[in-house]
Design a protein. Structure first.
Lengths: 320, 365
């Protein structure tokens, strides 16, 4: 990673690109915020920022797990289905009380993650194929367990969805806590270093004696657990379990947030702060277009433009 | 690492994986949901009102009879009817629709074959071909799309199999490719929703539309009817916001949350299905609004939405009746006895307001 800083003839250009890649997403968020403050009516209100934060929370939690998987040179397509599975399990087990239901939902996510990890680490299936299989299977199981939308009337779940501490909603606190935890794990723990080493080069990591299989399983288990948490949060917010539509296309939103945040798809590097900013950027973009009542197809085009920009910024890295 | 050892280890991991998945399946056997049975939320969907024809099956409009369509008379009681459902039975409308056909078939003692296309058009085409191959003498189709039916229709008309399409129309020639279409008039539903909205808001203020999924005739027609009627009857009611909620509660909720912040003065929300309307109710509750502060009118008539009227959050629900069973079988019966049936059978949808919601809650599906 260090060779970019020396022996580069066009140092300024390289540095500029590097800056764009590292801080472009923050600049994007800033530009959108300034635009909204200037042109969007009623944007500067506490209520509005709270809404945006609450809406972004589930996507952000999923994106954190996705960042881990991508950092380990993989990807997890099953996150949306895990959310659906988690919402089904909550509804089915709520009779035992909300805590048990949440634990069961988490266990569901962990089981799917373990299956993903085992397929990738020990069977040697490509991550995209293994998680694709679980993506199809997960949604199927979710729909078998709970074939249609069901209301969640539990008061504790409702409190989780709409309650707040000192004006900060629980959902936002949980998402922020998980982001900090992920950042800490990636920066300060051996596990974080091992994930990056495996993402950079799996054979080298194996030769260096790292427990490659175990680390990969833990990565996908974490990703599954985070997706399950996102499912719990989304269920609490909606106060209903909707396995047919909850989490659809969530894998793409999460990958977008991670990639826009500057984490390369080639692995070996994870930017947690960038991922958070990436999720916020996509949320602000969608919101801005909705608030200005532009056709929904514009949102998709705008998202595509942001992705292309992010990939363009990351392009130079690929040629190191 | 020796290859054999690796294989053994791999299979051990494999077993572990399978075990994990199996444990999930086992665990799910002892579920306990919070539903109190007293609420009776799963009352059978067919106990509500059946459909009433609004345009009579003979008389006005073009009709179709056996001699024009081809094929011979047959006794419906001894016939096999094939039913192809378009979307998975995951929403109340589809559940009630399939249940109604099954119930009517059982009542009449007709053998019914069913297939579900799971929202995949290619699967629906092969479903219908399968139904024909399995010996269906008559077909009831709830089409997923309007186009692309030529291969199936050719196969069916070669065998002179009468086809009735329900809830959505197909782009083909009536009485040649299919016998008749039974369904609601979605434009009219939009108009009636507009009437209800005008009544609830007093014809003044700003309204928002939560659109259905893009590129769907239900969305376009429900929008068209609503906008036309508002323009014609209440020019003071401005439509200031049109965003899609994809017919889903979650999307309806997040769009409404943004709506009520950027346009705090909004007076009404027209949701093109109940689910998005219920999402809007969630958003209003979350923003600390009082029931009735923003008038909500939705279309479909599911139990949850009608309950929303009773609770004061929703001001009107225009029904889209899914109970096609009695009318579909009656049409097939009339047709196979050699009598004329109408090519377009438009059903009459009722509506729910504060006046009848509590009393008619049992009728909602």
């Amino acid at each position: 990673m260090t060779e970019l800083t020396f022996a580069r003839p066009s140092l300024d250009r390289a540095r500029l690109l590097r800056l764009l890649q590292d801080y472009g997403v923050y600049a994007g968020v800033l530009v959108l915020l300034l635009f909204d403050v200037a042109f969007t009516p009623h944007f500067l209100s506490v209520e509005n920022f709270r809404t945006q934060a609450v809406q972004v929370a589930p996507v952000l939690v999923v994106a954190l797990g996705m960042a881990l998987a991508i950092g380990a040179e993989g990807v997890d397509l099953s996150v949306g289905s895990v959310m659906a599975l988690s919402t089904s399990l909550i509804s089915l087990y709520l009779g035992y009380g909300p805590w048990i239901a949440v634990l069961v939902a988490l266990a569901g996510g962990i089981v799917v993650g373990a299956a993903n990890g085992a397929l990738i680490a020990f069977v040697g299936v490509q991550p995209i194929v293994a998680t694709l299989a679980l993506m199809v299977a997960g949604r199927g199981v979710a729909l078998v367990l709970l074939p249609q939308l069901k209301d969640v009337r539990d008061p504790d779940m409702a409190a989780l969805g709409s309650g707040a501490v000192l004006g900060v909603p629980y959902l936002v606190l949980i998402a922020a806590g998980l982001a900090l935890l992920t950042a800490f794990v990636m920066r300060r723990t051996t596990f974080g270093r091992q994930v990056l080493a495996i993402g950079d080069s799996r054979p080298a990591a194996r030769l260096a004696g790292l427990p490659v299989g175990r680390v990969l399983v833990v990565v996908y288990v974490s990703c599954g657990a985070l997706a399950a948490i996102a499912g719990v949060l989304a269920t609490a917010r909606l106060s209903a379990s909707d396995p047919t539509s909850l989490g659809t296309l969530m894998e793409l939103s999460a990958i977008t947030a991670v990639v826009v945040g500057g984490t390369p798809l080639s692995g070996g590097r994870v930017r947690v702060g960038g991922t958070v900013a990436g999720a916020v950027l996509i949320q602000l973009l969608t919101t801005t277009l909705i608030k200005h009542d532009l056709p929904p197809s514009w949102t998709q085009i705008a998202q595509a433009a942001v992705i292309v920009l992010a990939v363009y910024a990351a392009r130079e890295r690929g040629r190191r | 690492m020796k290859p054999t050892a690796s294989v053994r280890r791999t299979s051990a991991r494999h077993l572990l994986t399978v075990g994990l998945v199996a444990s999930l399946a086992l665990v799910s056997a002892c579920t306990k949901s919070e539903d109190d049975s007293a609420k009776g939320s799963t009352a059978s969907p067919q106990d509500g009102a059946g459909q009433v024809v609004s345009s009579p099956s003979t008389g006005s409009g073009p009709t179709c009879a056996l001699d024009a369509y081809g094929g011979g008379k047959l006794d419906l009681k001894k016939a096999t009817v094939g039913f192809s459902q378009s979307e998975k039975e995951a929403n109340p409308f589809r559940i009630a629709e399939t249940a109604s056909l099954k119930a009517e078939a059982a009542k009449r003692g007709v053998k019914l074959l069913t297939a579900n296309a799971q929202s995949q058009f290619s699967k629906q085409i092969s479903d219908v071909q399968d139904l024909i191959a399995k010996g269906a003498d008559l077909l009831v189709i709830a089409p997923l799309n309007s186009d692309g039916w030529e291969p199936v229709l050719r196969a069916a008309s070669a065998k002179h199999i009468p086809i009735v399409t329900i809830d959505r129309k197909i782009n083909a020639t009536a009485c040649k490719d299919y016998v008749s279409f039974i369904g609601s008039d979605f434009v009219e539903q939009g108009r009636r929703a507009a009437d209800r909205m005008i009544e609830a808001t007093g014809g003044k203020g700003e309204v928002a539309i939560l659109l259905g999924a893009a590129g769907n005739n239900v969305t376009t027609e429900r929008t068209k009817g609503f906008e036309e009627r508002i323009k014609e009857k209440a020019p003071d009611l401005k439509i200031v916001f049109r965003q899609t909620g994809d017919f889903a509660r979650e999307k309806g909720q997040s769009v409404t949350e943004n709506l009520i912040q950027s346009k705090p003065g909004i007076t009404g929300i027209y949701a093109e299905n109940d689910e998005m309307g219920l999402g809007a109710v969630n958003a209003l509750k979350g923003a600390g609004k009082k029931p009735g502060a923003v008038k909500i009118v939705t279309i479909d008539g599911t139990r949850n939405a009608v309950q929303g009227i009773v609770d004061g959050w929703i001001q009107g629900v225009v029904e889209s009746n899914p109970r096609f069973g009695p009318l579909a079988f009656q049409t097939l019966d009339t047709f196979t006895r050699g009598e004329k049936v109408s090519q377009d059978i438009v059903i009459e949808d009722s509506a729910y307001t504060e006046k009848n919601a509590a009393a008619d809650l049992g009728k909602a599906y």
